[in-house]
Ligand binder design. Sequence first.
Ligand SMILES: [Zn+2]
Length: 264
Amino acid sequence: MHDAPPRACPCCDSTRAEPWTAYSPDSWEVVRCTSCDLTYLRNPVAYEALETDFAWEKTYEAKKESSKGSTSLSPAIRSLRKKLGLTHRDKQAKFRSWFNDGHVLDIGCGLGGRIRPPMTPYGIELSRELHARADAYMREHGGYCVFGPGAEAIWEFDAGQLDGIVMNSYLEHETEVLKVLRGAHRALKDTGAVYIRVPNFGSVNRRVIGPKWCGFRYPDHVNYFTLSTLRDTCARAGFRTELINRIALPVDDNITVLLHKETS
Ligand SMILES: [Zn+2]
């Protein structure tokens, strides 16, 4: 992909940008757009490589191969389940109220357990192994999972089909931010909402810790949002941004927001 033209700004489409040399290790080019201020990776890798090179899924496959005949879950899957379980109870209650117990899509859904009944779960997943498991779970509960990249698969849902869309640790990985947000706007009911959680590039920690800050991941993270650049990007797709972690934001390594459709 290093032969491809540099990626334009995912928010404003400008190609004029200043390099963040300190945040650009090896051959990765992290830049700041001089038009809209968004920080992003200018030379991401293609979806196809992400699909086949997901390190932890490879680990899972290797483990499955070495334990043929066993039905036990791999450590990677177990740790993912545990991770989901920790935040699970609090989030379920919030999701249920924000999304009115309705039809809820989880983009980058992994195993698919993030959305539970009485909500109807839908998913999009880029890993074949995880997609198969998520689809089986979701069909049991009235929904389904679409295989593919988020910015493509979101357009397979009907206009106004969904009460809620969850983008948990997803948007920082997505090269086509506006395409997925516009697709979300179309697929969402007027009363629906989008939940987004992304690393907080504006955090005090990023400025203090610098290049070793936990939000940097090369080449997985391709967008580094502050609240301001996230809000601007979402506005271009027709959304109003409501900040959820308002009090803790400056010292929080993540930004949590709800998007609502702008009413004209
Ligand atoms: Zn820009």
